[in-house]
Design a protein around this ligand. Structure first.
Ligand SMILES: Nc1ncnc2c1ncn2[C@@H]1O[C@H](COP(=O)(O)OP(=O)(O)OP(=O)(O)O)[C@@H](O)[C@H]1O
Length: 255
């Protein structure tokens, strides 16, 4: 399997040559993941592919929620998984934030308590993101005393992003965080996501099958098909490929 490499882009404090060095092989039922890419990873790296291309399988392996058969996962020169070397850091020790499609807030806790939940579990020496900064960036100050059941879909996702960010992650993983929102709510949340990578310098690996989200958010695109990474590079470079365009055209029809 050949590893494909994206051009580098700088993030202060990070090794931008190899911010994300991913090689994964896994057979699950009739489906095989065989992907290998290296990305500077600064800003938002979008994992793009049609439904069933293997996006969630890949992000779950990176998060440590499922186990690759072989390969390695290296983030900012820190290896969290290497099958050959027997390295497999458990998910809670990888220091990756994960935002799911449906937010998964704790329903019995206020927004304030949800936000503090992850933060309290991080050693103070690792905390580089402050509560007030996150609340301001996401515009959720007026929601702090409310409970998730009283929030709109867009508000829930902003709180879910805040909760994840407050764990001061070295990488944010987002699996179609806008998929459950209508167009108006998507447009409400999108600008917050694009500000995250810039204001906190936290790299984001963002799963999507939406061309709009790629054009609005992505700095780098990893183009997947049938479990394989076909291309990695800047938005213009990848979206101008013929195979990407024929797939994106079909995605428009199914969105
Ligand atoms: N645990 C599993 N066992 C067997 N097959 C699986 C398992 N998990 C996923 N698959 C299969 O792997 C393929 C890729 O699934 P995956 O959810 O990673 O795709 P995806 O690109 O995220 O799709 P979507 O955009 O629809 O969420 C699918 O064919 C799915 O049925």
């Amino acid at each position: 399997m050949t590893t494909i490499r994206a051009e580098k882009k700088c993030v202060p404090g990070y090794d931008h040559e190899n911010l994300l060095d991913i090689k994964l092989e896994k057979v699950q039922g009739n489906f095989s993941v065989e992907t290998a890419f290296i990305s500077g990873g600064a800003g938002v790296t979008a994992l793009f592919g049609h439904s069933g291309a293997g996006k969630t399988s890949i992000i779950n392996m990176i998060a440590g929620l499922s186990h690759p058969d072989s390969g390695h996962i290296v983030v900012n020169n820190h290896c969290v998984f290497d099958a050959e070397k027997g390295i497999n850091i458990p998910p809670e020790k990888r220091r990756f934030g994960y935002v799911f499609q449906d937010g998964r807030l704790f329903p019995h806790m206020s927004v304030h308590a949800n936000l503090l939940y992850g933060m309290k579990r991080v050693k103070p020496c690792y905390r580089y993101i402050k509560f007030d900064q996150v609340v301001e960036l996401l515009g959720i100050n007026h929601l702090l005393q409310r409970h998730p059941a009283t929030l709109s879909g867009g508000e829930k996702q902003r709180v879910a992003i805040g909760r994840s960010l407050l764990t001061s992650p070295v990488l944010m993983l987002m699996d179609e965080p806008l998929a459950s929102l209508d167009a108006a709510r998507k447009n409400e949340v999108l600008p917050f996501i694009s500000r995250l990578a810039g204001e906190f310098s936290v790299p984001i690996l963002y799963v999507t099958h939406s061309i709009d989200e790629i054009l609005n958010l992505a700095d780098t695109v990893v183009f997947l098909s049938e479990g394989k990474s076909l291309a990695v590079g800047g938005v213009e470079e990848v979206t101008s490929r013929k195979d990407f365009q024929s797939l994106a055209c079909c995605s428009f029809l199914t969105e």
